[in-house]
Design a protein around this ligand. Structure first.
Ligand code: AMP
Ligand code: MG
Length: 337
């Protein structure tokens, strides 16, 4: 079973800068590897603005690299790693960006009954170790890790000092469910400041800014692997983001069983039921976090969140599951050309 994956419909994007066709004179594409994934920025640029647009693209990539530098769990010197090492002993001062993502994550936790929770770190570690050991963790080990989970009441934020503290020893945050979306937003900010229309795409999560080279909405293909092979739903997007969770190419295998990389913070168990969720929203950070939360909550509970909670206003959830088939497919108002 595969995921509901996002593909930019290649037919609508030209292969790169500098080509001789009329289309390539107006649309340029550049790909770099950041945050362990491929990031592609596609921009509309006529010849007279090429240098200016390229400078904005460079700033956009730089912003995403900065997010990775600050928030990666894989870098010993990132702010997140510094928090995880020191925030129980004393509050750790962080940058405005890291503080903003943590603050937003806690808001999302509160709005999702704790389904989204950046303090899943100890559980992620437990399941990673279980994969190495070839056996699932014991109930006791899971219960022990659960005592260190709870962003809403165990993370202490000081807005003025921009510090992060932990209430329980051994807590660890993991921004893997939201940082990619935030990075896309920072790239979008750099491009918007230069008045550039573009698509910023990072490993399937993306934002479409303005209109494409033809002056129309950008066309994005959403491939639903639960339907017939190769079926692509097309969405027309303008100033909207889309993020996907429930990636079945990212899982761990223990004793021949596949476990999701998304953990239910309320039980400590990986999410089961093989669901895949895409969220369309006004910004990529919110879409990214809500897609992760919806993977935990399931369709029935998640579907009402955009109406219930102000922070998800304007979000639409597209949901597929291998056990129930395609449960819902919501196309946002105005997304169709
Ligand atoms: P995504 O692909 O955006 O759904 O993010 C998945 C990643 O988020 C995982 O690899 C973990 O780093 C982290 N994560 C796992 N479970 C949760 C959860 N319940 N809430 C927040 N982040 C999570
Ligand atoms: Mg996410």
């Amino acid at each position: 079973m595969k995921r509901l994956a996002l593909l930019l419909a290649a037919a609508f994007l030209c292969p790169g800068c500098g080509g001789g066709s009329a289309a390539s004179e107006k649309t340029c594409k550049e790909t770099q590897q950041i945050m362990g994934t491929f990031v592609t920025i596609t921009v509309v640029a006529d010849d007279s603005r090429r240098a200016e647009v390229q400078a904005a693209v460079d700033r956009a990539f730089d912003a995403m690299r900065e997010v990775d530098r600050l928030m990666s769990n894989y870098r010993e010197d990132s702010e997140v790693s510094r928090i995880n090492r020191g925030a129980f002993a004393a509050p750790v001062k962080v940058s405005g960006w890291t503080f903003a993502v943590i603050k937003r994550s806690i808001e999302v936790s509160r709005a999702t009954d704790g389904a989204f929770d950046i303090t899943v770190g100890p559980l992620m570690r437990l399941w990673r170790d279980a994969e190495k050991a070839g056996a699932p963790p014991s109930a006791e080990a899971i219960n022990d890790a659960l005592k260190k989970v709870g962003a809403a009441d165990k993370v202490l934020l000081d807005e003025e000092q921009k510090t992060v503290g932990f209430l329980v020893e051994g807590m660890e945050i993991d921004l893997g469910g939201i940082a990619k979306g935030y990075a896309v937003d920072r790239a979008v900010e750099a491009l918007r400041a230069a008045g550039v229309s573009a698509i910023v795409e990072a490993g399937g999560d993306l934002t479409a800014i303005g209109k494409n080279a033809g002056g129309r909405k950008w066309i994005v293909g959403v491939r639903n692997f639960f339907r017939r092979e190769g079926h692509v739903e097309r969405l027309a997007l303008e100033d909207r983001s889309i993020a996907t969770s429930g990636d079945y190419e990212r899982y761990c295998e223990i004793g021949g069983r596949r476990y999701s990389h998304i953990i239910d913070p309320r039980t400590g168990m990986p999410v089961v039921g093989a669901a895949s969720v895409s969220v369309i929203g006004p910004d990529c950070e919110t879409a990214d976090a809500l897609a992760t939360a919806a993977s935990v909550l399931g369709f029935r509970r998640a579907a009402s969140l955009p109406e219930e909670s102000g922070i998800f206003a304007g979000c639409e959830i597209l949901f597929a599951s291998c056990t129930h088939g395609f449960r819902g497919y919501l196309v946002p108002d105005g997304a169709q050309e």
